[in-house]
Design a protein around this ligand. Sequence first.
Ligand code: ADP
Ligand code: MG
Length: 373
Amino acid sequence: MATIKPIEGRSVHQIQSGQVIVDLCSVAKELVENSVDAGATSIEVRFKNHGLDAIEVQDNGAGIAAADFDTLALKHYTSKLSTYSDLTSLSTFGFRGEALSSLCALSKFHVVTARADDGPKGTKLEFEQSGKLKGTSVVAAKQGTIVVVEQLFYNLPVRRKELEKTVKREYGKVLQLLNAYACISTGVKFSVSNQLPKGKKTVAFATQSNQHTRDNLANVYGAKTLMALIPLDLTFEMDSSAKPAAAMQSARNWSTQDDGSKTVKIAGHISRPVVGEGRQTPDRQMFFVNSRPCALPQVAKAFNEVYKSYNITQSPFIFADLKLDTNAYDVNVSPDKRTILLHDQTALLESLKNALFELFQGHDQSVPQAQLA
Ligand code: ADP
Ligand code: MG
């Protein structure tokens, strides 16, 4: 008798969902990204009991059309991508159609949504664990969408226990992640709050509908933090023949005609390269690729190395948005899309270090304390 058999569909769904939604951060990230993708100019994230009881994300975006209710939470159903080749021209955060389907499998989940022409009425949508629409009802609602995730991991006892144990630390990580989304999203009013079971509601942070990232940073981190930052406004050619940063004078003499060269722009804000203007811990460093928050450990290392040669005792505050050609990277590496594969990373890092030295030279009279090898 054959022993190799397919895993039952429901179990496959649960196993795969557990890879998309791994913690509180993934829930908040996926829902906020959906709100931004829906064109929202106001996004409110409400945690109940640090997210242990519920996470709700309310937006004033386009809402969901009745024709899409049935497929909304089905796996690999998305309004954002239909063929693989669309990936390179993608301007939305989402594209896999996995988040809502995974949340159905791992939480008590429902959605309330209303379109502009729905008047003051909206629809509450409830789903089965598989993502199949279970029922709808008419409710009072404003234009936009509210997604409610209750009792995350209630059906995965080990993860639920772990979440109960670590929830406060997790909540801290979520705030850091949401700070990045709030600061990069110009023209979007963000607010994040937490409601304890018997306590009052506390607002963790809020931004106004600012047109500039620097005003978002001021809202989130305070005007004083902002004062210690200088604009990060770099444009450089990514030169595959770049020499190590020790030859930093050469930064001005690069051959831009080099066949392998590509223009990179980096926009943002960074601490002044002066002792006393940095931070004790490197906890405020945010990186983006074309406005998508992501983890760029090698890029972070390059920034920190150059900064350390001016201020060895502290770490910089970094808010850096890399503007890259969409062919120069691949976001489809990890389920959470935070890991990004940068083609030609070595060339980019060398050119980046040179450009940073140049920037810092303009802001500090002193010669770097240690020249990088
Ligand atoms: P993806 O974002 O990869 O498309 P999701 O599972 O996150 O997959 O969402 C599925 C679809 O549901 C989206 O493509 C979008 O059409 C719709 N959707 C999800 N959240 C919202 C929202 N807040 N407002 C409007 N539509 C939404
Ligand atoms: Mg999505």
